[in-house]
Design a protein around this ligand. Structure first.
Ligand code: ZN
Length: 161
């Protein structure tokens, strides 16, 4: 078991945070953005970035090559639908996708929208971690959290009709 600190400051003991989130044992702030038979999309509002989405599998595995054929199709379909909603509803021009297999959780992809304030951290992959840390430590105010929560609501509405 590991101790994980949630965005609301509470700590929980879990084997795998992704399992806890996708099974509904832990409710992410803002709730579920979209859900299919195999995948679950939510935001971690500890990083108050408008339109940031984490897409996690429901099944516990880590490698891209472990996806079943049905999961593969479902993954790319949902990923593309979320991307389209980010563009259509939130006006997001660019998204950075991040996923690593040596995670302490299980299979999940970060979809990080690119905003002009992120230019200060450079471009491409080396900017992603500093951007996330800056968002969590320096932009975690009422206004940005409210904006992130509004975006969750808008994406939910777009993706779930
Ligand atoms: Zn898991």
């Amino acid at each position: 078991m590991r101790t994980v600190t949630l965005s609301n400051g509470k700590t929980v003991e879990v084997e795998c945070l992704s399992c806890a989130l996708t099974s509904g044992a832990i409710e992410p702030d803002g709730g579920v953005i979209a859900e299919t038979e195999f995948f679950h999309a939510h935001q971690d509002v500890a990083y108050p970035i408008k339109g940031l989405v984490i897409l996690a599998s429901k099944r516990h595995f880590k490698g891209m090559d472990e996806l079943t054929e049905k999961e593969r199709l479902d993954y790319i379909d949902l990923l593309a639908r979320i991307r389209k909603a980010q563009r259509d509803i939130l006006g997001i021009d660019f998204v950075y996708y991040f996923y690593n297999e040596d995670t302490t959780h299980h299979f999940h992809t970060w979809m990080v929208p690119r905003y002009s304030w992120m230019e200060a951290f450079g471009r491409s992959i080396e900017s992603v971690r500093p951007v996330l840390l800056y968002a969590r430590n320096e932009r975690n105010n009422e206004e940005n959290r409210a904006e992130a929560m509004e975006a969750i609501k808008a994406l939910k509405h777009e993706l779930n009709g």
